[in-house]
Write a protein that binds this ligand. Structure first.
Ligand SMILES: [Zn+2]
Length: 433
């Protein structure tokens, strides 16, 4: 650029280097601000649909879900609030109803209901937000649209009926696992020892979950699932799937990221990978920069094309983010970097929102196609989901009280007969009656 300026500046520039330097700085500043303007124009036209955000988890941890204690416009100790969503040109946010894996076999279903409740509350109590449950409503919303996803199949406690009820509450996406295996699907993480799997990364019941999600029109999210489970799901799903917050394994070798062979399968499925901003996934370290994040977009585009890419920031779920991408207000910096790398506006409109809308619309189309199919009645065998919190329905047993504390039924029967005979004798021999 300097040589271009010198050539353009001609004789004057050579005799006045100070003037040339000022021209150069002016060019850099104006082209930088032009690029910024171009980015913001683009994001205004195509507000971002962010595939994954854990603000609800932080509301649980920091405020015990007491929304009355905070002003969601400005929350200092998290990475997401309404003001920063606006600054970041986020037009829609998928909020995760996530509960820790340690709740599996305990109260995961109740906790998930409570997380759905807090998301529904915040999206109805703030006029800037709006809960949506269809691709059409998502696209036409004039507010920041909220979608609800469940993060981890442990939330349904191996029950298709529970899955259906979550759909009724507005849930439109579910990750099959979080960092723990469920009785029917395998996690990419080995953190927990729940339900160890070997050669059955998706069980018969797991296949029924996939089919039922297709029937309901719920997006199957494969972030956190093992690659084997992801492969098994893609092979049978009738609808496109997503990886709502995963990046490219070839760029950063983390098992939460997606290898190229799986990206090819995802393209065949017409699905979507929504690139995660967490430093450990984009830079394989606790520190990273915007360029590290952009490398994942470039790589995935090179391998399968831009039509299958979105953004799933993972803000308030992950702890470390690249310098310059610290919270949801910073998305324009990422889009500007992609523009500088030669991404076209058409490619970026897809990354920002159109690709997600296409996938969601396709999931709904499959749902409509399956309209005549009755709800699945598959139940997981007790042997596969045995845990102390699972009731096995049997006729109630007679109440047995300890002989020490109370007489048995037989004993109390004898006592009653004895009391009756005694009373009759008393009546018979009582001269007063
Ligand atoms: Zn996650």
């Amino acid at each position: 650029m300097l040589s271009w300026l010198i050539a353009k500046g001609g004789h004057d520039s050579w005799i006045n280097p100070a003037k040339s330097l000022v021209s150069c700085m002016f060019f850099v500043l104006t082209s930088g601000s032009n690029m910024r303007e171009r980015t913001l124009e683009l994001m205004k036209k195509y507000p971002l649909i962010d595939g994954h955000n854990d603000l609800a988890l932080q509301l649980r941890i920091l405020h015990n879900n007491k929304l009355s204690q905070i002003d969601l416009h400005n929350v200092s100790n998290v990475a997401t609030d309404i003001n920063r969503l606006k600054t970041g040109h986020v037009g829609a946010q998928v909020f995760a109803a996530y509960v820790m894996c340690t709740a599996q076999e305990k109260d995961a279903v109740r906790l998930t209901l409570e997380q759905i409740d807090v998301i529904r509350r915040m999206c109805s109590e703030y006029q800037e937000l709006e809960l949506v449950t269809s691709a059409e409503a998502l696209n036409s919303s004039k507010k920041i649209a909220c979608l609800i996803s469940i993060e981890g199949g442990h939330s349904i406690d191996s029950s298709l009926a529970a899955l259906r009820m979550f759909y009724q509450l507005g849930v439109r996406s579910m990750a099959l696992t979080h960092t723990c295996n469920t009785p029917w699907a395998e996690s990419s993480s080995k953190l927990y020892s729940f339900y160890p799997r070997s050669n059955n990364s998706l069980t018969k019941f797991g296949k029924a979950v996939v089919a039922e999600m297709n029937r309901l029109g719920m997006i199957i999210d494969l972030s956190h699932s093992s690659w084997d489970t992801a492969q098994a799901v893609i092979q049978i799903s009738r609808a496109p799937v997503t990886f709502s917050h995963s990046s490219a394994f070839a760029v950063c070798k983390h098992d939460r990221n997606i290898p190229d062979w799986l990206l090819h399968m995802l393209k065949e499925n017409k699905g979507l990978v929504m690139v995660n901003m967490h430093s450990r996934f984009v830079a394989c370290s606790d520190s990273g920069n915007i360029s590290n994040a952009a490398d994942h977009f470039d790589h995935i585009k090179k391998v399968i094309g831009a039509e299958w890419i979105g953004i799933g920031g993972d803000y308030d779920g992950a702890s470390r983010f690249p310098h310059g991408l610290e919270d949801v207000s910073k998305y324009p910096a990422l889009i500007q970097e992609l523009l500088l790398r030669g991404w076209s506006e058409e490619e970026l409109s897809g990354v920002l929102r159109d690709n997600f809308l296409r996938v969601f619309g396709e999931v709904e189309r499959v749902r409509d196609e399956l309209k005549g199919t009755i709800p699945a009645e598959e139940q997981i065998p007790f042997s596969e989901a045995a845990n102390p919190c699972r009731l096995v329905l049997r006729p109630p047993k007679p109440v047995t009280l300890s002989t020490r504390n109370a007489p048995s039924h037989a004993q109390s029967g004898h006592a009653a007969v004895f009391a009756m005979v005694f009373a009759m004798l008393m009546i018979h021999f009582n001269p007063l009656l």
